[in-house]
Write a new protein. Structure first.
Length: 449
């Protein structure tokens, strides 16, 4: 599947904020001045990682006095709620669920309790479209109801988690976060449709931020406010990891929606088999029928069996669940030193891979072949692809307690940057080793080169 959020291919950056399977990260700011408590706008771009858990995006609280928050629920709907510790003054959900881990979402929450009509007091936009709101959890606020904590001197505002209890961390990536104090904007203040009808990011919107307004994560993992207000944040816990993946150039990741017992981490670029000794496999979120693409996978745990871990490509319909290794069509390089096509060994004696080895995969869909590399050196000979694949996608599989970290071009294995980036003539993606001539990263920009 190919999901493209935007095609205005600018040099934007974002960061990965929080991981439910590793160190958790959130941002924090102490509010020092009262702002407008009846009108605000919150805008951000997010790419989800883990689904099916409660994850805070924006959080305000006063210990013992309640909280207000904007979040993904455990049912993957979105919620805005404000509680004074005794009752909820606002509590609404989206009617839709949001389970796409392959694309970026642009979220806008606009609050204006001065409106006479209750349904106009909270508005939610996703990728430029206003969402239908379910008010049954607790209802819209009464007219002129104040928000309690986001704009109150002496309180705290968190992004990406709940610092009070060190939990409910967001798993995924965030970019271009705006808070507007005193104006309720719709989504067109922060984005626009391009000529192809794709919702794209406005990197420098013309908005009035107000007293407590801020703009962070504009050009990297900086928490310095870009609004001119100097409402800077600090990293409350964890580490902000800069990535190449951004709303204008969406990179491939592993796909957690494929049913399996695998665990995913770091924005679905890490995958681990821990629960049993059965075979488990996964595929990527971006597929292709033409072009030349390169990515790398670092073997983090491998016990030596030739079939304990493998990496390569598979057809779009090759697996419907993760419990397989002999997908058809597929071409894989196994850790024990074999190349296999559709479950049959075609090359062997290529040497056992070890922990820390980096497997490079270079697929030439234009000429229907694939090459494998280990630590920058080709292993085996060029292998022809089988036919009738439909879309080809990255493919990885494991048995037992095995772990791998993919670099689809973000320049990181997990949260560790590549040690010394190789050359890449396309300029799309950062890799440990030199990218073969004519190849590029598997991303929406790469698909359109």
């Amino acid at each position: 599947m190919v999901q493209q959020v935007g095609d205005n291919l600018t040099n934007e950056y974002n960061f990965q904020i929080g991981d439910l399977l590793m160190a958790s990260t959130y941002l924090k700011r102490d509010i020092t001045s009262d702002g407008n408590k009846k009108i605000f706008t919150f805008s951000m771009w997010v790419k989800r990682g883990t689904l099916g858990s409660e994850q805070r995006l924006l959080m305000g609280y006063d210990a013992g006095s309640g909280e207000e928050f904007f979040q993904f629920n455990s049912n993957d709907k979105m919620k805005f709620a404000s509680s004074n510790g005794t009752l909820y003054l606002s509590d609404v959900d989206s009617t839709r669920v949001f389970r796409d881990t392959s694309a970026w979402y642009h979220l806008v929450l606009a609050y204006d309790s001065t409106q006479a009509t209750d349904t106009n007091r909270i508005k939610l936009y996703v990728n430029g479209e206003q969402e239908t709101i379910d008010s049954s959890p607790g209802g819209f606020p009464s007219q002129n109801t104040d928000i309690l904590f986001w704009n109150t001197s002496g309180d705290d505002i968190d992004i990406g988690g709940r610092s009070e209890l060190n939990n409910l961390y967001f798993d995924g990536q965030m970019s271009h976060i705006h808070f507007i104090d005193g104006t309720a904007y719709d989504a067109t203040a922060f984005g626009q449709y391009d000529a192809n009808g794709v919702w794209t990011i406005n990197t420098s919107p013309s908005v009035t931020y107000g007293t407590n307004g801020f703009f962070i994560l504009k050009d990297g993992n900086s928490v310095t406010d870009q609004s001119g207000n100097s409402n800077n944040f600090t990293v409350g816990a964890g580490t902000l990891t800069n990535t190449e993946d951004n709303p204008s150039n969406v990179f491939c990741t592993y796909n957690p929606l494929i049913p399996s017992d695998l665990d995913y981490a770091n924005g679905n670029t890490d995958v681990q088999q821990t629960s049993n000794t059965d075979w488990e496999a996964t595929k990527g979120t971006l597929g292709f029928t033409e072009g030349k693409y390169y990515w790398e996978v670092k073997i983090s745990s491998n016990a030596g069996d030739p079939w304990d871990q493998f990496h390569g490509i598979a057809g779009e319909n090759a697996i419907t669940s993760g419990a397989t290794y002999d997908a058809t069509p597929s071409v894989i390089f196994a850790a024990g030193g074999t190349i296999d096509v559709d479950g049959t060994i075609t090359q062997s004696g290529l040497g056992q891979s070890s922990d820390g080895d980096i497997i490079g995969i270079a697929v030439d869909a234009d000429n229907s072949n694939i090459d494998f590399y280990r630590n920058g050196t080709q292993v085996g000979t060029t292998q022809a692809l089988s036919s009738n694949s439909g879309f080809w996608l990255p493919f990885s599989g494991f048995a037992g307690n095995r772990t791998a970290q993919a670099n689809f071009g973000n320049g990181y294995f997990g949260t560790t940057a590549v040690s010394s980036a190789g050359t890449n003539a396309s300029g799309n993606g950062i890799f440990e080793y030199d990218v073969p001539t004519g190849y590029t990263a598997l991303s929406t920009k790469g698909l359109n080169l």
